[in-house]
Design a protein around this ligand. Structure first.
Ligand SMILES: Cc1ncc(COP(=O)(O)O)c(C=O)c1O
Length: 384
C-alpha cells in the first residue's frame, strides 16, 4: 500500500494531555482561571495589552466587528481569496462585505486595490494574512486613510512578526483562530484583539450573553444576581480548551521551526522545476507557515490543477485548496451579484494553487512521499 500522508494530523504531546487532564480534575470546565491565564499569556506573546478568548475564529471576527461598531450601512473591504468566515462576519453585523482582488504574488490585499474599492460608505478594511505570511499593513493603512478602521483576520498568522510587530498587533483589531488545523489549536477556539478599551469591554460582555457577570463570579464567591445589559452570544471558551492553548503557546516557536524545516525541504525539492512556483516568503519571523501553497505553472503542464490534485490524492497525499474565491460561491453571487471573472488575479491564482501537508510531526518519510509524488506528477505532465 502507498504511504499515506494526511493533510493534517494532530500530535498531542504528553504535556498537552496532562494540562487538559489537570483541568478536568480541577472541577472547573467552563470559562474560568485557565481562560484568564491563556488570555494574558496570549496577549504577551502577541505584544498587546489584552486578548479575549472565544469559541472560534468566526466568533472572534463577529465580535471584533460588532464591538468596533461596524453595522448597517457600512461597507468593509475583504479579499475574495479567503475563507467565508471573513466576509460572512461582516454580513452578520449587518454591513456589506465588499470583495477585492489580491496581489498575485502575496495573495493578499494591496493599497492600490483598496483605493479602487473605497466609497463614502467604506468603514473598514479587513486584511487576511494569507497562509501565515504577515501582510503589508503599512500599505493598507495608508490606502484606508485616517478615517477608516483597519482590521486583521490573523487566523493563519500565529506566530508572524514584521518590523518587530506581531500580526494582530498592527491594526484597530484582530481575530485569531484555533481551529483543528491551525498553528495553535484548541480543537475550536479563537481570540479577539481590540486595543480600544471600551470596545474590548463590549466584546467581553457580548461574548457571554451580554451578562454583567461570568460564571466564575456567579458560582464563585460573588452573588447569584446578574443583569442582561445587552443581547449577546454564547461565544466563550472552556477552561479545558484554554489549558490546551496555554500549553501550546509554550511550544509555538518550536513548532514553527518544525514546519519551517518541512517548508525548506519542499522549497529545495521544487525550486528548479519549471512547472512549480514556490510560496512567497520574507524573513524568518514573518511567516507562521500555517499553509504551504504551491502554485502550478499551468502553461507548462498537460493537466489542470484539479487533475494534479486528484493524482496526489490517489497517491495518498492529502492535498487541499485554500481557498475557492468567495465570488465563485453561490451565496455571494446570489446576495451580492458577484460573477466569475470579477477578480481575475485571485481566480487565476486559485486555478493553480495546491496546499500541501504541513504539520510538525511529519517524518522524513512523509516529507519525501509528498515531494516524490509532486515531482513525479509534474514530470509526467510536463510539456515539451
Ligand atoms: C482566513 C480565515 N478566517 C477565519 C477562519 C475561521 O476560523 P474558525 O474556523 O476558527 O471559526 C478561518 C478558518 O478556519 C480562516 O482560514
Amino acid at each position: 500500500m502507498t504511504h499515506q500522508v494526511p493533510f493534517h494530523r494532530l500530535i498531542a504531546s504528553d504535556d498537552e494531555i496532562e494540562a487538559m487532564v489537570r483541568t478536568l480534575r480541577s472541577g472547573w470546565l467552563t470559562t474560568g482561571p485557565q481562560v484568564r491565564e491563556f488570555e494574558s499569556e496570549f496577549a504577551r506573546a502577541v505584544g498587546v495589552k489584552d486578548a479575549i478568548a472565544v469559541s472560534s475564529g468566526t466568533a472572534a471576527l463577529h465580535l471584533l466587528l460588532l464591538a468596533a461598531g461596524i453595522g448597517p450601512g457600512d461597507e468593509v473591504i475583504v479579499p475574495t481569496l479567503t475563507f467565508t468566515a471573513t466576509a460572512a462576519s461582516v454580513a452578520h453585523v449587518g454591513a456589506r462585505p465588499v470583495l477585492a482582488d489580491v496581489d498575485p504574488d502575496s495573495l493578499m490585499l494591496t493599497g492600490a486595490e483598496i483605493e479602487r474599492r473605497l466609497t463614502s460608505q467604506t468603514r473598514a478594511v479587513l486584511m487576511v494574512h494569507f497562509a501565515g505570511l504577515h501582510g503589508d499593513m503599512k500599505d493598507l493603512t495608508a490606502a484606508a486613510g485616517p478615517s477608516r478602521l483597519v482590521f486583521e483576520d490573523a487566523a493563519h498568522a500565529l506566530p508572524s512578526s514584521r518590523d518587530g510587530r506581531h500580526a494582530g498587533a498592527v491594526s484597530d483589531g484582530a481575530a485569531f483562530s484555533f481551529y483543528a488545523t491551525k498553528t495553535l489549536s484548541t480543537g475550536e477556539g479563537g481570540m479577539v484583539i481590540l486595543p480600544d478599551r471600551e470596545q474590548a469591554a463590549r466584546a467581553r460582555k457580548l461574548l457571554l450573553h451580554g451578562m454583567s457577570k461570568g460564571a466564575l463570579d456567579r458560582y464563585g464567591s460573588g452573588s447569584w444576581w446578574y443583569d442582561i445589559e445587552d443581547l449577546g452570544f454564547k461565544y466563550n471558551m472552556t477552561d479545558v480548551a484554554a489549558a490546551l492553548g496555554r500549553q501550546q503557546l509554550t511550544t509555538l516557536t518550536a513548532r514553527r521551526s518544525a514546519r519551517r524545516t518541512i517548508v525548506d525541504a519542499y522549497d529545495s525539492a521544487f525550486a528548479s522545476h519549471p512547472a512549480l512556483q514556490l510560496p512567497s516568503r520574507l524573513d524568518e519571523e514573518s511567516h507562521s507557515w500555517h499553509l504551504y501553497v504551491l502554485r502550478l505553472n499551468l502553461d507548462r503542464l498537460h493537466c489542470s490543477r484539479d487533475a494534479f490534485l486528484d493524482q496526489l490524492r490517489q497517491r495518498g497525499i492529502g492535498a487541499n485548496v485554500h481557498f475557492i474565491p468567495l465570488h465563485l460561491h453561490s451565496a455571494y453571487q446570489r446576495r451580492y451579484a458577484y460573477r466569475p471573472g470579477d477578480f481575475p488575479q485571485a481566480e487565476g491564482e486559485y486555478q493553480r494553487m495546491i496546499s500541501l501537508p504541513l504539520w510538525p510531526g511529519m517524518t522524513a518519510r512523509d516529507i519525501s512521499a509528498v515531494t516524490t509524488a509532486v515531482l513525479d506528477i509534474a514530470e509526467a505532465e510536463l510539456k515539451g
